[in-house]
Design a protein around this ligand. Structure first.
Ligand code: CUA
Length: 337
């Protein structure tokens, strides 16, 4: 019963959070970008070969068991022992070698097809930084910083558009995995890993950290929002704007006087903290707390009031705030479009 309710809540959440189609997290058999397609082809080839081997071995075994099994009246003595058949030995040596050769060569071909991809000059560059327990996305060329929701342009047959990801970690090892877009890639401290994607359908793709990284590893989720070229441009223009001027100086002051600015940035204000997500365009994101709940004034208020309730162990401290302060802060933050 609980599962159904959870599923219902999830479907409701997915539907309310975005009008765009949500591509399910588990569907590794419906790849929607070249790297994922290549990996999927290889997996299916491997699966087919292994299934054929299994069927042949299982059939021979079943035949032997049925045909040569003990029957009533059989003698209990050892059957004749046969040694040395060159043909049989050559066959069961050469066939597996050929199978392994085919699998190894296909794997090498797919690996090099993904890794040797030439990155065109017009690719969108994004630096992905894994944090305990959220994702930071920096667009160095576009001068955009955001969190947990990665916007990338759609790639079509007529207009191929690559997004080139540089993966870094701020603390421990994480794993960047969006099953329908590409294989998982480790995000390791003091090491730069790279990957690329070219999503072929617009919509929201769900991903998750794939390397155990501490208490909230399971909730270190991310969304890749694939926009049509026009929508991507709109999003870029929106994110490149300065933070809107405060509508109420009191509300802004409530935020600036809180401890929040030690970790969070709102450009154009004294809030310059770098430890937590950049809040300059907070409300342009559809979710909060590493995509845990939809973003709105209520969830934001709950989250600030007690960050440990939704994601126990997370690094955002609980700050003592009066209800008035909390209301003022939420009023200010919700203006950050
Ligand atoms: Cu980050 Cu698991």
């Amino acid at each position: 019963m609980l599962q159904f309710r959870l599923l219902g809540a999830f479907l409701f959440f997915s539907a309310t959070v975005t009008a765009q189609p949500t591509h399910a997290i588990g569907n590794i058999f419906k790849p929607l970008a070249t790297p994922a397609e290549l990996v999927s082809e290889l997996s299916i080839l491997t699966l087919v070969i292994c299934a054929a081997v299994f069927l042949v071995v299982a059939a021979l075994l079943a035949y032997a068991v049925i045909r040569f099994g003990y029957r009533e009246g059989d003698s209990r003595s050892e059957p004749p022992q046969v040694y040395g058949s060159n043909q049989v030995e050559i066959a069961w040596t050469v066939v597996p070698i050929l199978i392994v050769f085919v699998l190894a060569m296909s794997t090498a071909r797919i690996t090099s097809a993904v890794q040797d991809q030439r990155i065109p000059k017009d690719a969108v560059n994004v630096t992905v930084i894994g944090h305990q327990w959220w994702w930071e996305f920096r667009y160095p060329d576009l001068k955009i910083i955001t969190a947990n929701e990665l916007h990338v342009p759609l790639s079509t047959a007529s207009q191929r558009k690559l997004t080139y990801l540089t993966l870094l970690s701020a603390d421990v090892a994480h794993g960047f995995w969006v099953p329908q877009l590409a294989g998982k890639t480790d995000v390791i401290p003091n090491r730069t890993n790279r990957m690329w994607i070219d999503p072929k359908e617009a919509g929201v793709y769900l991903g998750n950290c794939s390397e155990y990284c501490g208490t909230q590893h399971a909730k270190m989720e991310l969304r890749v929002v694939v926009d049509t070229p026009e929508n991507f441009e709109k999003w870029v223009a929106q994110e490149q704007q300065r933070a809107p001027a405060a509508e109420s100086a009191d509300n802004q002051r409530a935020f600036l006087r809180s401890g929040c600015i030690a970790c969070h940035t709102v450009t154009g204000t004294p809030a310059l903290g770098r430890l937590g997500p950049d809040l300059t365009h907070l409300m342009s994101r559809e979710t909060i707390a590493a995509t845990e709940v939809p973003m709105n004034a209520n969830t934001l208020r709950d989250w600030i009031k007690d960050p440990q309730r939704l994601k126990p162990g997370n690094k955002m401290p609980t700050i003592k705030l009066s209800d008035t302060q909390l209301d003022q802060m939420v009023a200010y933050l919700t203006t950050l479009q």
